[in-house]
Design a protein around this ligand. Structure first.
Ligand code: BGC
Length: 373
């Protein structure tokens, strides 16, 4: 009888432990005790494949490096982001790696971390208006936009080519850098008549201005933003194509800031019978977009190797935890300070190099795709 009671108690304990352990929501702790986190990572959303890729790399690399860590997602909310950072502070976090939901709203959040003695690394997106950002690990975001602008320009011949412009969320500093990069290349081609902007009166009004101020960029982005949201992107593209005449369509060129919004917008352009062909940009090399590239439904993507970015930030965190000064190779002005930064180059992926850039490099397994040569 005693034995039976003992095994029943053990069973209950096991069930309790199992449900407690699996009830961690979107967070994960590896490499040791979850109550003692050395490196905390906060990412914007689970709803975009881009950030799931980053999560995977972090967990793999930090686990290997032997550091206790936890990845939390903000799910599009600055309030959740703040709560996540507070949770990590309460668990003793020493280094915070954070990709902010909103560049300026995150300032107060990282100031709280800094006040608790945490070293703050902004990851991919810069946090603005605060001196509480110690380091910034990023891709060359102006180069991302320039790669898109160059791609569109190289595909266009003659004059009068219809151009549709889209941008990222105005709360994301990167949206400015991407657009600025694209504008660097596209503006001379708009000024000389190669392209004619069809969906932005604000961009059209500035067509002769090469160097846009932050306010001018804001005005254009305010008009053509996708908010990084697939549905916003879709309905904006639908509204734009409804507002123009058949003569404004034909062989069109579409600047789109990332893969998720690119697939949404590409579907809208593909469904319009007055659009005979479209050249469309993207970034992140998401699996679904690589399939679109292979199938000829998305023209290019800018591949940002998250293995490098995650590794760079982890190397930084390791140096910080060892009491060393991490290596940097650039600085970014966040409005309050020149933030020491580590910058990674980007690669343009098209049908021609999809295999060498993404499969042969080991980034993706070929079995994820169909029709790959
Ligand atoms: C990132 C992109 C991403 C976008 C939307 C940007 O800050 O740099 O890679 O597609 O946010 O999440």
């Amino acid at each position: 009888m005693k034995k039976k009671i003992l095994s029943l108690v053990l069973c209950i304990m096991m069930v309790f432990c199992f449900s407690a352990c699996s009830n961690k929501g979107d967070s994960k702790a590896t490499g040791g005790n979850s109550g003692n986190i050395e490196v905390g990572i906060v990412l914007p959303t689970k709803d975009e494949p881009r950030w799931i890729q980053d999560q995977g790399k972090f967990e793999e690399l930090l686990g290997k490096a032997g550091f206790t860590n936890q990845v939390l997602f903000s799910q599009g909310s600055s309030a959740t982001e703040k709560a996540n950072v507070e949770t990590l502070i309460s668990k003793g976090m020493k280094v915070l790696i954070i990709c902010a939901q909103d560049a300026s709203a995150a300032a107060a959040t990282v100031e709280a971390a800094k006040a608790a003695g945490v070293t703050v690394i902004a990851y991919d997106r810069l946090i603005t208006g605060t001196d509480a950002v110690d380091y910034y690990v990023t891709f060359d975001s102006v180069a991302v936009g320039e790669a898109m602008g160059t791609f569109l320009s190289e595909k266009a011949s003659g004059t009068g080519n219809p151009l549709y412009l889209y941008a990222g969320a105005a709360t994301d500093n990167n949206a400015f850098l991407f657009f600025q990069g694209a504008w660097n290349i596209l503006q001379p081609k708009i000024a000389d008549g190669t392209f004619v902007i069809k969906n932005s009166s604000e961009a059209l009004a500035l067509k002769d201005t090469k160097e846009l101020t932050r306010d001018q960029l804001s005005t254009i982005i305010g008009q053509v933003t996708t908010d990084w949201d697939f549905n916003v992107a879709k309905s904006k593209a639908e509204a734009h194509l409804t507002a123009v005449s058949a003569a404004d369509k034909g062989n069109v060129f579409v600047l789109v800031p990332n893969d998720g919004t690119s697939r949404s917008i590409a579907d809208v352009f593909a469904a319009d019978s007055d659009v005979s062909s479209y050249v469309i940009t993207g970034q992140d090399a998401e699996v679904a977009s690589i399939q679109y590239v292979i199938d000829g439904k998305q023209s290019m993507t800018v591949f940002k190797d998250t293995r490098t970015l995650a590794a760079d930030s982890i190397n930084m965190a390791v140096s910080i935890l060892k009491g060393e000064t991490p290596a940097t190779d650039a600085t970014y002005d966040n409005g309050k300070k020149e933030v020491p930064s580590k910058q990674t180059p980007v690669v343009v992926v098209t049908q021609d190099n999809v295999k060498s850039a993404l499969i042969d490099s080991g980034y993706y397994d070929a079995s994820k795709f169909t029709g790959l040569n």
